[in-house]
Design a protein around this ligand. Structure first.
Ligand code: FAD
Length: 755
């Protein structure tokens, strides 16, 4: 403390902002590219040398070719499944195959996220097909999207926002996707959200935070101090009658500062939280730079046709240009993400038979893999010329670096100047079920902004240059509210482009195809303009220059705003649904009709929640790990108190549910609620289309309960179907709570296990 005070005193002599004599934005991009490229080259070379056993530091069993479990992908979900499984089942050997390597130090700095997206050395870069109804201002009308290709997956490159979604989203999973199975209700999933959490956010120890948040978990949830203009934003929301509160708590329809996955100012990826900083289980073998190209099945005949029930027996992967095949005793688990998992299934013969046959891929199982692709469509409202905001050229200073290093605070610890979030409803949403989300991006207009927005969203640089001119050359403070629709009705598809595993799949999200998506966003757009223009706290006006392509429409008319939405719309990196629960995987996340194969990642999320998707994917990782460890009994395991140290107050939750019951007449654990979702009354056309699509394909299904059975019946069926636990019976779970040191740098000890 004395040292920090002394350093602060010395820094106090210098001016508040001590500018770097170069445009920080340009320097960051060049430095980042150079550093990441050289970092990956170094890490890859090190990995190559280790592979040749010159310096072999990995345990001997990691050199085997047969493992109990093989997990593909070390991302948000895969890292959790691998570590939970390894720690719960010490007698089992687990191989985790990851196409990328170690994240660089720059990936750990939250403010770098804005610049990390197109680093081809450690991200997968995708473009959608040209979008007929959206992305008008994007290069070739294609929406740019990326995914992390490194340990931690996209959690090593994302914007770190921790938003779970609306409770009703999960209840819909239960009722509309899982056939009423109670283990997929919000009530049954909340403990899994809580399980990973060490909640130190804005609402810690306040109100009902003990009901909704976990303490002592491995993933730190925090807030941060650098949110330019947050007070104005929240006060404006208050003026408009919106409550301020915890959007991961009881009611989602609130405005709030943001909560993120960081630890003492550093990015908290699942790699850091569950593996690197908290112990590396001896029985978990992590193989980096291992690109899996195929899942191999038994029971096929020599013509490649599959008779009988196929079983996954291993995978083939390439690493440093050599091909390997490894075998599995129990299960292959795909956690390769929303694009990686379906691509791998399709390459291996699991997918729509018609498409596979057209590509000469022998059909192992006819399933709607790749259908049901969903994503949040963003639009940009504004900009509004308003101070304060972040201008990287002005605000990334030596002082900012010092406050980051000394206290994990300031501009460098903040993700992309995100300064506040709000949830509200369009006329298409039901009461208490917000469907719109706005995030205030407090970024100034600076000369390199068109290039940076091009890297972020694929919006054409020259179009932005002409639109912002001359304000960006004059370094004008501004806010860009980014608005998105939480439950879009437009649904797209992913298909193989070729049989070459190196080729990207064809991604067609069909953004804004459903007319209600446009109208819901239009409603939100006008609400956000109203928030900025008609409140004392913000009191500003929308950017005076019309958006290129919309100049001929009456400025600020509905049609003008519709045009702006069509121009500025595309991916928010929140894709889900390509191996959806209920359609491709059963309620235990096993691929339907196949033994020894599960999918556990964002691709199983059957409908996008009204929130950024890492929190729900992390929850799916926790839930999936339990399903593997305890069999179908996974959720009952929770009820029976396996996680005594994480026990939440069930009574409170029951009370809470009786209140929800009041609003929705909800019949908890009692099948589909006809009033809300039944008899087609409120179902969207797209939902019917999806149903029809999946009905055309017949595949064996696993149904733990009939949708109209009572709670008791459901439990009876579930209990009867529970196989012996797959956890080694000799292994006792040690549920002692793992306490992390508050000091970020003191928790790297590899022998520090948390079970
Ligand atoms: C730029 C960006 C910003 C985002 N911002 C946010 C945010 O602020 N908040 C939020 O909640 N969500 C955000 N998200 C979304 C969130 O990160 C994802 O929903 C989540 O990480 C998905 O987890 P996953 O486990 O399904 O896949 P991933 O985390 O993407 O992990 C998949 C892993 O599998 C590996 N893999 C893929 N194919 C293969 C193969 N064939 N062989 C071996 N390994 C393979 C990949 O390299 C990767 O490591 C963002 C995403 C991105 C890309």
């Amino acid at each position: 403390m004395t040292l920090i005070n002394a350093i602060n005193k010395i820094l106090g002599v210098f001016p508040d902002r001590w500018p770097i004599p170069l445009p920080a934005s340009a320097v960051i991009v060049v430095a980042l590219t150079l550093s990441i490229n050289s970092w990956v080259a170094f890490d890859r070379a090190k990995d190559f040398v280790t592979e040749n056993e010159l310096i072999n530091l990995t345990p001997k069993h990691c050199q085997d070719s047969t493992f109990d479990y093989i997990i593909v992908g070390a991302g948000a979900a895969g890292m959790i499944v691998a570590t939970r499984l390894a720690n719960a089942s010490r007698g089992a050997t687990i191989l985790l195959l990851e196409a990328g390597g170690e994240p660089s130090l720059l990936n750990d700095l939250p403010s770098m996220d804005f610049f990390l997206l197109n680093q081809k050395e450690n991200t997968w870069i995708y473009n959608t097909t040209p979008q007929a109804y959206a992305c008008g201002a994007c290069d070739d009308r294609k929406s740019l999207t990326t995914r992390g290709r490194m340990l931690g997956g996209s959690t090593s490159t994302n914007f770190m926002m921790y938003v779970r979604g609306n409770r009703e989203d999960f209840n819909r999973w239960q009722h509309e996707d899982a056939g009423g199975d109670p283990q997929w209700s919000y009530k049954a999933l909340l403990p899994y959200f809580r399980k990973s959490e060490d909640y130190n956010g804005a609402y810690a120890n306040r109100g009902e935070s003990y009901v909704y948040h976990g303490k002592g978990g491995l993933l730190n949830i925090a807030t941060y101090d650098y949110m330019p203009g947050i007070d104005q934003f929240l006060n404006a929301a208050r003026e408009k009658g919106y409550p301020i509160g915890d959007y991961n708590g009881r009611d989602q329809e609130v405005f709030s500062p943001l909560e993120v996955t960081t630890q003492n100012g550093f990015r908290e990826s699942t790699y850091r939280a569950f593996y690197r900083d908290t112990g590396k289980p001896y029985n978990l073998c992590v193989r980096k730079y291992a690109h899996v190209t195929k899942v191999n099945f038994a029971n096929g005949n020599r013509h490649g046709n599959y008779a009988g029930r196929p079983r996954a027996v291993g995978v083939t992967y390439t690493r440093h240009k050599k091909e390997y095949t490894v075998w599995v005793r129990k299960e292959v688990i795909l956690s390769a993400g929303v694009f990686g998992s379906p691509k791998l299934l399709l390459l291996s013969g699991v997918g729509p038979a018609y498409d596979l046959q057209a590509m000469n891929i022998p059909v192992v199982m006819d399933l709607p893999v790749g259908h049901n692709l969903q994503d949040h469509t963003y639009t940009i409202v504004g900009p509004f010329l308003k101070t304060p905001s972040l201008n990287p050229n002005r605000d990334i200073t030596p002082q900012a670096a010092a406050s980051f290093l000394l206290s994990g605070s300031g501009a460098i610890a903040a993700p992309a100047a995100l300064a506040g979030v709000g949830f509200f409803r369009s006329p298409y949403a039901k009461p208490s079920y917000a469907d719109l989300q706005v995030v205030q991006l407090s970024v100034a207009l600076y000369p390199e902004l068109p290039r940076d927005l091009n890297r972020l969203f694929g919006i054409t640089e020259s179009l932005l240059d002409s639109w912002f001119y001359p304000y960006h050359l004059q370094n004008t403070d501004a806010r860009f509210p980014v608005l998105w629709l939480g439950r879009p009705k437009s649904v797209g598809q992913l298909r193989l482009a070729s049989r070459n595993p190196e080729d990207n799949p064809i991604i067609d999200p069909q953004y804004l195809k459903h007319p209600e998506d446009m109208e819901a966003l239009l409603h939100g757009f006008k609400k956000v303009v109203d928030l900025y223009e008609n409140t004392r706290s913000l009191n500003t006006t929308i950017f005076p220059k019309p958006v290129p392509g919309c100049e001929n429409l009456v400025f600020k008319s509905d049609n003008y705003y519709r045009c702006v939405i069509r121009q500025f719309s595309g991916s928010l990196y929140h894709h889900v649904g390509t191996c959806a629960l209920g359609k491709v995987v059963d309620n235990s996340l096993r691929v339907k009709g196949i033994d020894g194969l599960r999918v556990i990642d964002a691709s199983v999320i059957p409908r996008t929640p009204n929130g950024n998707t890492q929190a729900s994917t992390i929850m799916v990782g926790e839930k999936g790990a339990d399903l593997v460890i305890y069999g179908d009994k996974g959720w009952n395991g929770l009820k029976e108190g396996f996680y005594e140290h994480e026990k939440y107050n069930e009574v409170d939750l029951d009370n809470l549910y009786s209140q929800i019951k009041g609003v929705h007449n909800y019949k908890i654990f009692n099948g589909i609620n006809d009033e809300q979702y039944g008899a087609g009354a409120e179902k969207s056309k797209v939902y019917h289309d999806n149903e029809k699509r999946s009905e055309q394909i017949s595949y064996p299904s696993f149904s733990p309960s009939s949708p109209h059975s009572s709670e008791e019946e459901t439990e009876k069926v579930l209990r009867a179907s529970v196989p012996e636990t797959s956890l080694d019976s000799s292994e006792e779970m040690n549920t002692a709570n793992f306490k992390r040191s508050p000091l970020h740098l003191s928790v790297h000890s590899p022998e520090y296990y948390y079970w």
